[in-house]
Design a binder for this molecule. Structure first.
Ligand code: OFO
Length: 168
């Protein structure tokens, strides 16, 4: 059975994943408004990813007879000054999420909750992927800059992204 401590922490994480979804949807809308349709698509897929993360935790809590508590989702920023600023903020946010997952993992160890620890392994692997993807895009942005044909091509490339449900 889940301890109250783990149940509360998982509910907090569900809320954070939903907030992440809001953040990336807001970024997508801002990019779309500024004509960066492809990058907007990339963030719209990211919005779906984050919902999938939240749902995986919701399903897990339900499976363990825990109580899911859908808390209010706090507001998110609505505009950014540049594509680089958006991806820098994304990387910073993903690193924060990785830290939260690590803290949850430590808590699961302390509580001897091996099922939760096992579940979090998939999230740890997912975070490595999430951070690496954003670092690679930031590297590309450094190469092409934000004016000229390079960013146009990057926009086209990121416009190809399609949602593939993560295995969590
Ligand atoms: Fe972007 O990994 Fe969930 O929050």
């Amino acid at each position: 059975m889940l301890s109250k401590k783990i149940e509360n922490a998982l509910n907090e994480q569900i809320n954070t994943e939903m907030w992440s979804a809001y953040l990336y949807l807001s970024m997508s809308l801002d990019l779309d408004n500024k004509g960066r349709k492809g990058i907007a698509n990339w963030f719209k897929v990211q919005f779906q990813e984050e919902q999938a993360h939240a749902l995986a935790l919701i399903d897990y809590l339900q499976a363990r007879s825990g109580r899911v508590e859908l808390k209010p989702i706090a507001g998110v920023p609505t505009t950014w000054n540049s594509v680089r600023e958006i991806f820098n903020e994304t990387l910073e946010h993903e690193r924060k999420i990785s830290g939260m997952i690590n803290a949850l993992y430590s808590m699961a160890e302390e509580e001897h909750d091996y099922a939760t620890r096992q579940k979090l392994n998939t999230f740890i692997a997912e975070q490595v992927e999430e951070e690496e993807t954003v670092v690679n895009i930031l590297d590309d942005l450094t190469l092409v800059g934000e004016d000229g044909v390079g960013i146009f091509q990057l926009d086209r490339e990121l416009g190809q992204r399609q949602f593939v449900a993560p295995q969590l």
